[in-house]
Ligand binder design. Structure first.
Ligand SMILES: [Zn+2]
Ligand SMILES: [Zn+2]
Length: 442
């Protein structure tokens, strides 16, 4: 398997003398398998040069699958400039996440409206097909592709590709779920030491991979002022990859404010951290033009087991969510955000009312504040659990505290996930949708 990096920059293209070494084009990674499958992760501005080279070397009509993580600009801006789309012989299957406010095809179409681009998305001469992709396992060509949601203020799957007896995992864009592992004052070392189920799941998703391509936009110092923006630190990526037994880690989605010297310093610090952990992990910062050739280490390669993933389920569109929170301001914010996202939302101002409405309305998901006077979120969870024969709706906890024992107690009491305050509404929307898909509430 050959992996080629065509764009390694995050957020916005950043050409210029300061970014010559690591590159200024945004996210685009090409994977070719020995069976001849071509999988392309994201279509940032790096896709333009990739398209030109593919055309220059094409001896026969091109076929490729493009897997979009999400439709933020830095992941789709190269799409209208990918030259092979403009010739009828070529064939492309475009995969993107289902579950956003608009389909990814509609967003691509918006990016190519007449006012901003001369050719509409449905006028492209190549044979184009569009496929909404759900969390779960998919067969694409000869490759087994597993999709799992990341933590980002948009519905964003990460992709694990298993082919040729090797595994490559693409995890862009992603932010840690919990405060725990990137502070540098504790080293998880082992998967079971990671607090948040989201981070444990994220680490398990990389398990034993030959190459993990991971968002590492910020230094730990920068991250404190960039919380909820949806990106990781190199420290988080290294800690989890080391704990997950990953062979090689390519850090990418470099911040546009980081020049080559800053990215090289991140690489140095990341390598030093991997060494301190005593892991075999090889870490580097991906650069434009970087090629990684991967051969199998063991017969058949390592597949992650199925049970950790949900089956392919339809993304929820008009789910019913109950928000239980004593703060009317926060309730209003949540109601507004989720309603805008097409959900039906009910609200309760305290735990007792929440329990009554759960009984009465049977919501698909409960968003529950952990810290409420009188009946707190934990009491509500326990009361739900103790109902004889009753079915518990999935519960997403909102909390202002990252206290480990309290959070663990929530999971033990049946919470599906938690979100730390302060959070952004796009973050909440993405988490609510991930919970609904996982719970099969479609
Ligand atoms: Zn991005
Ligand atoms: Zn993004």
């Amino acid at each position: 398997m050959l992996v080629r990096f065509w764009g390694t920059r995050g957020s916005i293209a950043t050409p210029g003398p300061g970014t010559i070494r690591f590159g200024g084009n945004t996210s685009c990674v090409e994977v070719t398998t020995s069976a001849g499958d071509r999988l392309i992760f994201d279509c940032g501005t790096g896709a333009r040069a990739m398209g030109s080279e593919l055309m220059a070397n094409a001896l026969k009509p091109l076929q490729a699958c493009i897997l979009l993580s999400h439709t933020h600009w830095d992941h789709i801006q190269g799409f209208p400039f990918f030259a092979p789309f403009f010739l009828p012989d070529h064939e492309f299957a475009i995969y993107g996440p289902e579950g956003g406010r608009r389909s990814f095809h509609q967003v691509l179409a918006g990016q190519m409206e007449y006012a901003v681009f001369p050719v509409g998305v449905n006028q492209l001469p190549a044979a184009m097909s569009y496929h909404n992709l759900r969390e779960g396992t998919h067969q694409i060509g000869h490759a087994r592709v597993v999709a799992q949601y990341l933590h980002h203020p948009a519905v964003t799957p990460g992709y694990r590709v298993e082919a040729d007896g090797v595994t490559v995992v693409y995890l862009c864009d992603h932010e840690p779920f919990a405060d725990q592992v990137w502070r540098g004052d504790s080293a998880p070392g082992r998967l079971e030491s990671i607090l948040h189920e989201g981070d444990r799941r994220h680490a398990r998703f990389m398990a034993g991979a030959d190459l993990v391509i991971h968002d590492a936009q910020y230094t730990p110092e920068e991250y404190s002022s960039k919380r909820t923006w949806g990106h990781s630190t190199y420290e988080y990526a290294v800690e989890l990859a080391a704990a997950a037994g990953v062979q090689r880690l390519a850090l990418t989605h470099h911040d546009p404010a980081h020049d080559d010297a800053a990215v090289a310093e991140i690489e140095r610090r990341a390598q030093a951290l991997a060494e301190r952990r005593g892991s075999r992990l090889e870490v580097f910062c991906a650069y434009e033009g970087c090629e990684v050739s991967i051969r199998p280490r063991q017969a058949g390669g390592l597949s992650i087991s199925e049970p950790m993933l949900s089956s392919n389920r339809a993304a929820p569109s008009a789910a019913h969510v109950l928000i239980v929170d004593d703060s009317s301001d926060l309730r209003l914010l949540v109601v507004h955000g989720l309603t805008q996202d097409g959900m039906t939302v009910s609200q309760a101002g305290n735990g007792a009312e929440g329990l009554r409405l759960i009984e009465e309305l049977h919501p698909d998901l409960v968003v529950l504040n952990l810290e409420m006077p009188q009946m707190g979120g934990m009491e509500v969870l326990r009361a739900l659990r103790s109902k004889p024969g009753g079915t518990c709706p999935p519960v997403l906890i909102l909390t202002a505290h990252g206290d480990e024992s309290r959070i663990q107690a929530c999971f033990n009491a049946g919470a599906m996930d938690y979100l730390s305050k302060p959070f952004s509404i796009p973050q909440l929307n993405a988490r609510v949708r991930a919970c609904l898909v996982r719970a099969g509430k479609s």
